[in-house]
Design a protein around this ligand. Structure first.
Ligand code: GLU
Length: 285
């Protein structure tokens, strides 16, 4: 069997809250139980929304919380660099493989979803279904710059996978999601492409993350197929929700690790019952 390699992949777009801490704790425990390696990856892909101070903060807060990783932006490691803003060569390489294989097309539509493509779609920011208007467009280039690129999904294709926590999953391309963005015209790769390229390059064997990313997993499996790589195993955790049943957001400052720590609350107390917050398994988006 392959040695277990897991990852923590926070985006430095705000302070981590107790919901992140729970997912990352599960990732840590799974890596530890398997006697494997945990990698910390700084997903600072989106230059407009990422801030170095949040990356410094998550390193400090995760460590305070008791999570240990073996490779990361702070420690280095065999697959450095561990910050996405420094990994554009890997993304261009993946883009080129998709381009040469005829899997993607240039899209000249200007839409709001393009601005959000560098972010993982956790909330209502999932990409709207694209009409396919630019399907069939072609462009001779050797770099992605200057135009948006979309992955052409095989309409009607059912993507099935077994999730370690949520069981059997299936999503239909062209119905549950449409042709998704892989590269923005301002030269920012999309989350979906970057995460697949990085998980492959860093030899991640299991992806542990929140269950609001289940549908993204279906997209990522299609990207893996197109790139000719074996997808990792997936384990999508249930999410903590607030009293209204809504997913915690980075802006819920009272539940940030930073605020809890400042109040003198210990990590063990948080882990005892996750502050009494509800856990919802149906928070699919
Ligand atoms: N960086 C993403 C986020 O914090 C997580 C992506 C993933 O785990 O695949 O939203």
């Amino acid at each position: 069997m392959q040695d277990y390699r897991g990852r923590l992949a926070p985006s430095p777009t705000g302070h981590l809250h107790v919901g992140h801490a729970r997912t990352f704790w599960i990732a840590y425990e799974r890596a530890r139980a398997a006697g494997g390696v945990l990698v910390l990856r700084n997903e600072d892909l989106d230059p407009q929304r990422s801030k170095a101070e949040y990356a410094r903060a998550f390193i400090e807060e995760l460590r305070w919380f008791g999570i240990e990783w073996r490779e990361g932006p702070d420690l280095g490691g065999p697959f450095a660099p561990y910050s996405q803003s420094e990994r554009s060569d890997w993304y261009v390489h993946a883009w080129r493989k998709l381009y040469q294989g005829g899997w993607i097309y240039p899209c000249t539509c200007s839409r709001k979803d393009l601005a959000e493509a560098a972010q993982a779609p956790h909330e209502s920011n999932d990409e709207p279904m694209y009409s396919g208007k630019c399907r069939g467009q072609k462009l001779q280039v050797d770099r992605p710059t200057g135009v948006n690129w979309r992955f052409r999904v095989p309409d009607g294709r059912v993507v099935r996978f077994r999730d370690g926590a949520q069981g059997e999953q299936q999503y239909t391309a062209g119905k549950d999601f449409g042709d998704f963005v892989v590269w923005r015209r301002d030269d920012v790769p999309a989350y979906q492409l970057a995460v697949v390229a990085d998980d492959c390059a860093m030899r991640i064997t299991e992806v542990v993350r929140g269950c609001d990313l289940l549908k993204s997993t279906a997209r990522q499996i299609l990207l893996c197929e197109a790139l000719g790589i074996a997808p990792p195993a997936y384990y999508h955790c249930d999410l903590l929700v607030d009293e209204r049943g809504e997913r915690l957001a980075k802006r819920t400052d009272a539940l940030s690790l930073r605020a809890l720590r400042a109040k003198g609350i210990r990590p063990e107390q948080i882990r005892e019952n996750w502050l009494g917050l509800r856990i919802a398994g149906d928070a699919k988006t």
